[in-house]
Write a protein that binds this ligand. Sequence first.
Ligand SMILES: [Zn+2]
Length: 216
Amino acid sequence: MYFQGPMQHFINVHTHNMADNNAIISFYEAFEQSGTVPHCSLGIHPRYTEKTSYAQLEAFAGQGNVLAIGECGLDKLCDTDWSLQETIFRQQIALANKLGKPLIIHCVRAYSECSHLLAAAKVPVIFHGFNRNLRIAQQLLDQGFYLSVGAALFNPAFEPVFTALPVDRLFFETDDRDDLEIDSLYKRAAELKKIGAESLILQVEHNFKKVFNHAR
Ligand SMILES: [Zn+2]
């Protein structure tokens, strides 16, 4: 168990807002500050590889309040050398396996490449900020991965995708959007799914326990 205090109701699985204490706060630098928050994830972001190092990550990733490794992954729209991105991603998958902690994935236009490398993952995997089409969603779901959805809930083009996603594979997140409230995301999602907000909240709590208790 990694919980330091209960995390429940309107769980925010990915944010960069240090003030949110019902969230997994994601750090891609300054890992030494992660000890000040109740729940976090630490990772080397493919866009910001120069901001930290694998040695730094390894030094802090074992702390009890570090619930997951990430965000990590592959990003085809950034300038980071591709083979470096792959190397760092592989290292983090191996670290997550070693620590038994889930992975939170940042993926931009590299779904097949991410999926390929994630075949090595022995821990649950959450793709954060999912906003793509149903075909990509289905490929990820078929591999057993979870999807975390944020601002895309307010994009009309994403509605038919979201309504088709299975609730037992979903999480919600505000990411870097300080203008978004996590409870408004749950409310919007429940409307789109035509289910009660309370049952959606309970379902995500269930998903959370399943994914994060897997990590012994
Ligand atoms: Zn993020």
